[in-house]
Design a binder for this molecule. Sequence first.
Ligand code: NAG
Ligand code: NAG
Ligand code: NAG
Ligand code: NAG
Ligand code: NAG
Length: 855
Amino acid sequence: MGGEPKLPTTSLTLLFIIFFSLSTNARFTPPDNYLIDCGSPQNTILDDGRTFKSDPQSVSFLSTDENIFASSNSVPESESLPLYKTARIFDTESVYKFLVFHPGRHFLRLYFHPLHHPEYNLTTAVFTVKTDDGLVLLHDFSASQNSDCLFKEYLINVTSDDFSLIFSPLKKSFAFVNAIEFVSAPNELVPDSATTISPPGMFTGVSAYDLQVVHRVNVGGPTVTPKNDTLSRTWMSDSRGYMVFPKGEKVVSVDPSVINYPVGGATALIAPDQVYSSAASMADSGVSVPNFNLTWEMNVDPGFNYLIRLHFCDIVSTRLNSLYFNVYVNGLSGVNGLDLSTLTSDLAMAYYKDFVINASTVVKGVIRVQVGPSDLESTTPNAILNGLEVMKMSSSAGSLDGLFSSGSNSRGGSKRLPMTITEATGVAIGVIMLLVLIFSLIRRKNKARGWDEGGNSFTSWFLPINASYCSTFLSSKSKSKNGYSSVLFSKVGLGRSFGFDELRDATKNFDESAVIGVGGFGKVYIGEIEEGKKLAIKRGNPRSSQGMNEFQTEIELLSKLRHRHLVSLIGYCDENNEMILVYEYMANGPLRDHLYGSKPALPSLTWKQRLEISIGAARGLHYLHTGGSSQGIIHRDVKTTNILLDDNFVAKVSDFGLSKTGPALDQTHVSTAVKGSFGYLDPEYFRRQQLTEKSDVYSFGVVLFEILCARPALDPTLPREQVNLAEWAMHKQRKGVIDTIVDPIIAKTISSESLIKYVEAAEKCLAEYGVDRPSMGDVLWNLEFALQLQDASLQLDPLVEDDTCKGKTKMVASEDVKKDEKKNNDSDVSILINDDSGVVMGSPLFSKMEDIEGR
Ligand SMILES: *[C@@H]1O[C@H](CO)[C@@H](O)[C@H](O)[C@H]1NC(C)=O
Ligand SMILES: *[C@@H]1O[C@H](CO)[C@@H](O)[C@H](O)[C@H]1NC(C)=O
Ligand SMILES: *[C@@H]1O[C@H](CO)[C@@H](O)[C@H](O)[C@H]1NC(C)=O
Ligand SMILES: *[C@@H]1O[C@H](CO)[C@@H](O)[C@H](O)[C@H]1NC(C)=O
Ligand SMILES: *[C@@H]1O[C@H](CO)[C@@H](O)[C@H](O)[C@H]1NC(C)=O
């Protein structure tokens, strides 16, 4: 076999490589390439071949969970770009965070068009767009002046390994954006030095400035679209009125293929052939003696320095050394007697020159560029210009809009957590406060009566809430069609009141075969009601005081919380002294079953799925810690059996039976008897019996390793040093051989960068002391990074990406779009369950409770 002649193939490959590299001379493939069509439910492919990712696919870049979208087809005819047809709206400060693989210049392009939205009038939006290191791109920006499509383009030198773009609405306003590009630019694009005019000299240090492209003109030629520019730039046609005296101009153009690029000078990346192959020259040149300047004037914001780039290519001369002309900027001499023949030693050879214009020389907000013949004795006095770019340079205060420093800007410095704190409507606030009040009253009353010992029935403390005055407290318009009376619960999220008979029938008289989980509180059954709708029905054991407490906690918390990554109730039953809670059935059950130990074994999850699940769970916990209530909530029992997966493998945190509200502001912890599950228990909490959010972070670290290694947190059957996963993984990580314990089924598919970032996140969670552990928000960022790194590695091989994305991600995505809800608890749609589906629409849900180890 080995004797086959291999040579032909090899040389063919070689030939191919040579051919390929020659033919793609002017090609540029950006290493960082983030294209997002905000608010769009599906990917958008432009005619230049670029694919803008749909919004749901891009949420991993975004700090907010909220999805407010606008869309419309009423985009001006002149704008054929589909990117303007959808937008994402932010009503709190929100951050896009992109991983930077190659530091250096990046194009940042923002698209704005105020679309119609029933609740948000986008023409009234006022907001600031800035970067995390304080560069202000737009200050108190508003799209109101004209309702046209606005396009903003920046060239930012990114030196760190990530880049955050912050949308920060003015107080009581909101922000929006239609599309975002964040794309690497070639380093050669912006050299460090340029010519100064007043005084004449050299300017070095351009790379320290961030730039905004204000004008880019293909002089003498048509508009060049991103399709004809490998850097996806748009070069405006000169017919837009920059030319002051068009009659003096004669347009020349040649076939783009004749344009050449000198060694070590302009390249086809600096400007495409189409720019150099057309020019404005002087009308009547060579006939009489022309003695005037060709003049272009462009409006700019005063107060900034500008980088001006002029493109030249001698496509008018028939022989070398016959074209000499002067270049003026703002009336001052830029180049005296520019001699392209000498500079490039050939005709049709591209050349460009950069000038830095001091702000003090910009008069009345106008930049004027002029070219005129310098040698009137020549037989053909002439002057040309092929292309023109005007770029605003960032101010010393780090701004490209307005003359302020981001530091002194009142809102600029605030780096608050991006997670939204839910603002309930007046009614909802009222109801929750009433509920809390009732609960605390009852609890106090019951404590006095020794209720905690477990003599009382569920009904006794449930009753007052059901009382009719509560129902009338709320508007009757939300009354259920089905005749269920519990308006109150509908409003606060407890859902509908089920009849006991109904649930008994649904579970075949609470048959053992319907049990899907067992816990200290009783059993969880799967039940079917109306048209096969599946429910998880948790039936409390009235004799268990622990069960009673946990039920109460769960109801209290769930009634206040609503989040895509937390399970929530759809109803309850309090007839016949029963305490039954009803949740939506989570079709894919606990995460643990998908990692190990299930019989029969379930198909294993891909790395991308595992990352998405861990991100979902982290989002849920982050919401608990920060968003759910002013004090924050500590889950206390984070483990892989309490993370449930719905039919789209969206992860939801469940079981709030042990949860506690977090420490009040003046305290740093909650003192409490140690509860939780062995293997996940924070050692610090165990030692000091002081509970903080960081205890959840520790448990989540164990979960992360469980996901990575697909083995239990505690496995007594293993050799002693391996029994405790947290210890074992940390031991391996310290020795730098974590890869040896990765689940072998997925080990080969994990990109090493993704693995490093993921393990880094998990490792930090397991820090000995709580103060050294990151917040859930930080963990979330790191996991999202790990996902981006994995995606990036897949992008090298698009086939692989297609395979892994099609299934889960897209389905999750479409659900995201459907939600389109403004807030967690003021959206009636997500809370009321009176529609025929019988189930909360778009609501996160719950099902299985598993064995409770270590309780
Ligand atoms: C949006 O606000 C602008 C400016 O206040 C107003 O002219 C316009 O009519 C409003 N549009 C809608 C749909 O309310
Ligand atoms: C970006 O900035 C850094 C530090 O100022 C500099 O070393 C680097 O050359 C710059 N890169 C570009 C492409 O301008
Ligand atoms: C863009 O490029 C295509 C082929 O590469 C060419 O046919 C077309 O004329 C170009 N468009 C412009 C505006 O130069
Ligand atoms: C061309 O413009 C420059 C600068 O504005 C001016 O000094 C010069 O006189 C002009 N030349 C002609 C022929 O008008
Ligand atoms: C612009 O001019 C002012 C004074 O005329 C000078 O102080 C400043 O340094 C100049 N800026 C640049 C970037 O040349």
